[in-house]
Design a protein around this ligand. Structure first.
Ligand SMILES: [Zn+2]
Length: 381
């Protein structure tokens, strides 16, 4: 499998997105509707008919599956889902949780693109995903397919065209998780042997603290990374973004961060406030000047965004989705009409934005920053 490395447009999208991966894969799957539950029944039949109407069907199997199977060899098991072909050598219990997470993210992204009003073009075949047992395997496969090892801090990767696949590893194999789990286990055993009641309670409290920390990392680090990267893969493959034009980096990353929060009761992730990103950017927005915002919108792609850059991308995209929903599809189409393989100037980037959303002036900046800083913020516990 060869790769065309376009010097002009960096095609690697790394999940450096503020998340330095430490986690293990755990996924909550929504319980299927109980048979007697009429409302639930009509809800699921409605979503089925909505899917049918929107032309959304499971993707076909295609030649890429064999390409990947031949490339990774027999150690990898092939797990097809409605829209993905997953090749994995990770533990089965972990994989069982990973697969539904992909399809949940698919439903969220599909609903989002449909609601924004961008015409969806479906890929010809299922989308390839590699899910490796541990980091070393993951980095070796990254090198095999792309010629470069995976960056140590990248918890997941999405490679745009022509490779067009995403790559993850089971983070429960990460030393931090293993060490912390062992520490908690040891404390529990010590507590069991400790006759003194207070000392026993103290050890159990400390053990629970470690277990909670792991749970938070699991929540924040892994789910967000998988959903972020798969959102990239889907936003390109459903043609929300076009691969061979200069997509504003803040827009591509901002859109993917919308899908980091796990889908809550209110449905798809993009409706849920990304508390981790909000927490990172809200203070900076209070003092943001119009020139700062203009520079951010017009900047050219120059390597990785900072963690705050990702948080600001989330804030701007969340604002556009919520407050500029009529103008948003126009901006999406305008970017897709950009010249192939040419990086636009900062002036052109700003002009395209203002053509759709109006002048970026003090009024715009005030509306944007006050909207985001007034969102309900729940600091991490
Ligand atoms: Zn990203």
């Amino acid at each position: 499998m060869t790769i065309r490395r376009s010097a002009v447009l960096a095609t690697l999208i790394i999940a450096l997105c503020g998340l330095f991966g430490i986690a293990s894969v755990q996924v909550l799957i929504a319980a299927p509707p109980k048979s007697g539950d009429k409302k639930a029944k009509s809800r699921s039949s409605n979503s089925k008919s909505a899917k049918k109407k929107s032309g959304d069907r499971p993707f076909k199997k295609g030649p890429r599956e064999k390409e990947f199977v031949d490339a990774v060899g027999e150690d990898y098991r092939v797990k097809p889902t409605d829209h993905f072909i997953v090749l994995t050598n990770a533990d089965e219990a972990i994989v069982k949780d990973f697969l539904p997470r992909l399809e949940k993210t698919y439903s969220s992204v599909h609903r989002f693109v449909d609601q924004v009003g961008v015409k969806i073009k479906y890929p010809k075949e299922k989308l390839p995903v590699l899910f490796c047992h541990d980091f070393d395997e993951y980095s070796a496969r990254c090198k095999q397919f792309t010629g470069q090892p995976a960056p140590g801090e990248a918890a997941g990767l999405y490679w745009r065209d022509p490779l067009n696949f995403s790559l993850f590893y089971d983070m429960s194999q990460v030393s931090f998780i293993k060490e912390t789990t062992a520490k908690a286990e040891q404390l529990k055993q010590d507590a069991a042997k400790t006759p003194d009641r207070n000392a026993k309670q103290a050890k159990l409290r400390e053990a629970n603290w470690y277990i909670n920390r792991i749970a938070i990392y699991q929540q924040e680090q892994n789910r967000s990374v998988v959903q972020h990267e798969v959102a990239h893969q889907l936003l390109f493959n459903l043609q929300f973004h076009k691969a061979d034009v200069d997509n504003p980096q803040w827009f591509v990353e901002g859109m993917a961060t919308l899908f980091e929060p796990p889908p809550g009761k209110s449905g798809a992730g993009f409706n849920v406030i990304n508390q981790s990103r909000l927490g990172e950017i809200r203070d900076a927005l209070v003092v943001m000047k119009t020139d700062d915002l203009k520079n951010f919108i017009s900047r050219q792609r120059t390597g990785m965004l900072s963690s705050q850059g990702y948080a600001q991308s989330w804030a701007l995209c969340y604002y556009l989705v919520k407050r500029k929903s009529k103008e948003l599809p126009k901006y999406v189409e305008l970017i897709k009409k950009r010249p192939v393989d040419r990086m636009l100037s900062t002036k052109e980037n700003l002009a395209d934005f203002e053509k759709c959303f109006g002048k970026v002036n003090d009024v715009f900046t005030k509306k944007f920053t006050s909207y985001i800083t007034k969102l309900p913020y729940l600091p991490p516990q």
